[in-house]
Design a protein around this ligand. Structure first.
Ligand code: ZN
Length: 157
């Protein structure tokens, strides 16, 4: 098992609203996401944003909430990165959802939305960060996609 690398908290973020919720992300991530969502919709796939940027402070709060519930750290860190190590700090990671599927559950992998993402997300610069049996000991997260700045993308920023 290798430890999750440290992630810098991004300060240059844009704020946007979707489904009556406020999100923050980097501009490139937002642009790539918007394009990907638009194209998926054309083929009948509905992608819903669940979370994007998260501060280091917010990550600490989430961890402390679980500790207060008596959940051991060993279990907490299977589902939450330690503060300062979450890709959500970078403003490039998105958690996605689709209707008629449990939210942030492994079952997301059985949806058409996931099949579409698996095939197409790379074209927009998104990668699945935590596949099954990943070397970080993080649970399989089919909903968690991270935008990585790469050339030869469909989206130009
Ligand atoms: Zn995530």
């Amino acid at each position: 098992m290798i430890p999750l690398p440290p992630q810098k908290e991004e300060k240059k973020l844009i704020t946007f609203e979707e489904n009556n919720e406020i999100f923050k992300a980097t501009l490139s991530t937002y642009n790539a996401w918007t394009e990907m969502k638009k194209d998926s919709k054309k083929v009948g796939i509905e992608l819903i944003l669940v979370s994007a940027f998260r501060s280091i402070k917010r990550q600490e709060e989430l961890i402390n909430d679980k500790r207060k519930k008596g959940i051991p750290d060993k279990e907490i860190f299977k589902v939450l990165a330690p503060a300062g190590h979450s890709e959500h700090h970078t403003g490039c990671a998105l958690d996605l959802h689709t209707p008629n599927s449990a939210i942030l559950e492994e079952d997301f992998e059985k949806t058409l939305a996931f099949a579409w993402l698996n095939k197409n997300a790379g074209l927009y610069g998104f990668e699945l960060s935590y596949p099954r049996n990943n070397p970080y000991g993080v649970v399989y997260e089919p909903w968690h996609w991270c935008f990585r700045d790469k050339s030869n993308l469909v989206v130009k920023n």
